[in-house]
Design a protein around this ligand. Structure first.
Ligand SMILES: [Zn+2]
Length: 354
């Protein structure tokens, strides 16, 4: 039987001198500084090392590959030389074939309708704290729109998080397969940082997943995180879902990054249709969403500062190519005064000036 060999990605990264975030060393995804884009600043960790598949990927510049190609690229040697260098260290383990697909065994989220039902029930049990409402009002949303979009605060205490899980289970909602929920010594609870929840919806308004706007982000570039309980007991991963907000009967859609940005910009632009990716590299499902909506005109409205960064610009170019491949679609770029970072900031400035 053919034996596959496991070349641990974390060992390869260490041998390349890549700095690892020690807080993540026991996780399935170990975070590290990106040697290709340097995270656009020191002390950040955008490179994710998957210890199950031994692949790396930078969430900022999109660089990706495996242990061998990482070493080869950074040390300036061929893949063959890289393989031999890594194998000489003795950290190459023979593995039976079936074990390679550890990723396939990962628990997948419940079907969309079940997630929507459970998350909707969850939102009914939660409230929005004043400091979170103030944050949303400052962005330009009205109190009425904040209600309608159903933003909610994460429960502040462990007891509150256990109670929420118990309430959902007593109403018959399945938590196994619902990203964000996990067991702790056998008891179900909601997991995640403190902050407020942003429902991420499909074109029919169904909640696909949740993004959390963190109260305390250790890195400014990571203020938003998917509600997920990946790698936790009975936990479930999330995907980076595409968010649809605004009037879905419109044939012109603005493309931007971040569901909250889209909600705000859509509200300020009289319910203009916005289709929002979770990150410039997270374009899975974008094309299908636009096709399903029957969009005939896509308007790119990504953050202005991204245009100055070559790696992000490349990701945006990839997104553009993907969308432009839709037959009969008109594609334009929306530009504004770069003093305003996002399209939401720009729209807000215009409303304020009126
Ligand atoms: Zn990078």
């Amino acid at each position: 039987m053919k034996q596959y060999e496991k070349i641990p990605i974390v060992d390869a990264a260490r041998r390349c001198g890549i700095a690892l975030d020690s807080r993540t060393l026991r996780h399935r995804e170990v975070e590290a500084t990106c040697p290709f884009c340097h995270d656009h600043g020191p002390g950040k960790y955008h490179l994710s090392l998957n210890t199950a598949t031994d692949q790396y990927r930078c969430t900022l510049c999109g660089a990706h590959g495996n242990s061998v190609t990482l070493y080869a690229r950074l040390m300036g040697v061929s893949n063959r030389e890289a393989y031999h260098a890594l194998a000489r260290e003795g950290k190459v383990y023979p593995m039976p074939r079936q074990k390679v697909s550890a990723k396939d065994a990962e628990r997948q989220p419940l079907p969309l309708e079940r997630r929507h039902e459970a998350y909707t029930a969850m939102l009914d049990h939660l409230t929005l704290l004043d400091r979170h409402r103030d944050n949303l009002l400052e962005r330009g949303l009205s109190g009425e729109r904040i209600e309608r979009n159903q933003y909610r605060s994460m429960p502040e205490t462990d007891a509150g998080r256990r109670l929420l899980a118990a309430l959902l289970r007593s109403c018959g909602h399945e938590l196994l397969g619902l990203p964000g929920f996990r067991t702790y010594y056998g008891e179900w609870e909601l997991s995640g940082p403190k902050g407020f929840l942003i429902p991420v919806r499909n074109k029919d308004g169904l909640i696909q997943g949740m993004k959390i706007r963190l109260d305390d982000a250790d890195k400014p570039s990571r203020k938003y995180r998917w509600l997920s309980s990946r790698d936790m007991p009975n936990g479930t991963r999330s995907y980076s879902y595409i968010h649809v907000t605004g009037d879905t009967t419109q044939k012109r859609a603005f493309l931007t990054e971040g569901p909250l940005k889209g909600d705000v910009a859509s509200y300020l632009a009289h319910d203009a249709l916005f289709v929002c990716v979770g990150g410039v590299n997270a374009i899975r499902g974008l094309k299908d969403t636009l096709v399903d909506l029957g969009v005939t005109h896509a308007v790119e409205a990504m953050d202005m500062d991204q245009l100055t960064n070559p790696n992000v610009r490349n990701a945006i170019l990839a997104m553009r190519r993907e969308v432009q491949a839709i037959k009969g679609l008109k594609y334009t770029k929306y530009t504004w005064d770069p003093a305003y970072k996002g399209v939401d900031n720009y729209f807000l400035s215009r409303v304020a000036a009126m």
